[in-house]
Design a protein around this ligand. Structure first.
Ligand code: FES
Length: 157
């Protein structure tokens, strides 16, 4: 048994139960309205859990069917709508920039547009998975799509 298992994190009131880890691992993706106010996507990928706002910062596309891909060592969810890339751990938007458009063949590299998608904290306690909402007062572009106007999809309560 690892020391992490011997000393699991304490539950706090801001931790919201999402589900059993075994069920999330099996499903791969879980969507949920957390604390009655925020639609969140929890992703299990390569033995790690991630939580982020469900709707893409670009135009509110639903991210739960997005592929997970690595871009220059950064794991991203790719929005199914217009293929925007969002890093799973930071919520940064990535884009492929051309170094110098006058030089052929074109050389590109992945660059960050900065923080675009709100990322939330995931905690596992004794096989249960909890999300703590990122309540930073800093406005993040994905916040725009956390209103009733965009909640056309029914989620678990
Ligand atoms: Fe996600 Fe446009 S809505 S890329």
């Amino acid at each position: 048994m690892s020391s992490q298992e011997e000393n699991p994190p304490c539950l706090t009131p801001d931790m919201h139960f999402i589900g059993k880890k075994a069920d999330i691992v099996k499903a791969g993706r879980v969507t949920m309205r957390v604390n009655g106010c925020r639609d969140v996507l929890v992703v299990y990928h390569q033995e790690k859990l991630y939580a982020l706002d469900l709707r893409c910062y670009h135009a509110g596309g639903l991210l739960q069917d997005g592929d997970i891909e690595d871009f220059n060592g950064r794991l991203c969810i790719v929005c199914p709508c217009h293929k925007y890339k969002i890093t799973l751990t930071e919520g940064e938007g990535l884009y492929e920039a051309v170094d110098n458009p006058t030089i052929r063949p074109l050389k590109t590299q992945w660059r960050s547009k900065g923080l675009k998608q709100r990322i939330h904290k995931v905690t596992e306690v004794s096989g249960d998975v909890y999300v703590t909402l990122n309540d930073s007062s800093e406005a993040i572009e994905s916040d725009v799509y956390q209103t009733e106007k965009y909640r056309t999809v029914s989620l678990d309560a």
